[in-house]
Design a protein around this ligand. Sequence first.
Ligand code: GAR
Length: 215
Amino acid sequence: MKRIVCLISGRGSNLESILNTAESERWATEVPARVVAVISNRADAAGLAVAAAHGVPTSVIEQQRFASREAFDARLADAIEAHQPDVVVLAGFMRVLGSGFVARFAGRLINIHPSLLPAFPGLATHRQALAAGVRVHGATVHFVASEVDGGAIIAQAAIAVLADDGEESLAARVLSREHLLLPRCVRWLCEGRVALRDGRTVVGDLPSGALALLV
Ligand code: GAR
């Protein structure tokens, strides 16, 4: 049984997509994996209630209670490690993690970011995309490296930017793709179909094209 730990900071819709998929009959029979814990760096994260509704244990580790970023990272890493995870998912975790933390979980730690990386790292990605005038936008799941929103790309989902799109409409369409993309990547990592080797994603037994979601 593969053990998944999810880290969140807010709404938790990506967490919910993982939980719903992992609880589906198909996963239950095909993928021996489950979410064993959800950890938030904010006590007010709505995603904590999402986890609780699915019967998943939660905890909160707030950075402001720690004297330094290293101390926070170390406490968070210990809390995650206590659950002996095979996969750690940053599912809307809005805090940069230090290189020590990233090294400790290398190959097990993935993030979802709402842009087609390497375009538009950081915040306000949909605003950045509209300002740049791109015609295609989307989301990326990648292994976490110490640079912000960096690391080997696993898979991407793309959508068309429409003439009348604003930040909200664009965000909503990208989010709906995130909810398809992230559970798939979690599953592939649990199954060993994708892995990190020498800083690059290696892909095993997957249909060609599976890593690009174009719907
Ligand atoms: C998602 O859009 C996710 O891609 C983004 O935060 C949102 C969380 O929503 N993550 C980042 O921007 C990380 N750089 P959720 O809490 O509803 O899943």
